[in-house]
Design a protein around this ligand. Structure first.
Ligand code: SF4
Length: 64
């Protein structure tokens, strides 16, 4: 079954909050954001969050 790995590079994140608005798999953590579930069965809004990140801190990888 296909799964997706969701990673957020906290070094790169500038804490703009866009991903937390775009997708409920991202929450605010201090002055940055973090991923709630790092492995998901369907991409859903995670791709929207990755596409909308202004510093490309979110990486989506397909895993088998
Ligand atoms: S959209 Fe990108 S820069 Fe903004 S909070 Fe999320 S990960 Fe950080």
């Amino acid at each position: 079954m296909v799964k997706y790995k969701i990673e957020l590079d906290r070094e790169t994140c500038i804490g703009c909050g866009a991903c937390t608005v775009a997708c409920d798999n991202f929450v605010t953590d201090g002055d940055k954001a973090k991923v709630v579930k790092s492995e998901v069965d369907s991409l859903g809004c995670n791709q929207d969050a990755a596409d909308g990140c202004p510093v490309s801190a979110i990486k989506v990888t397909k895993i088998e």
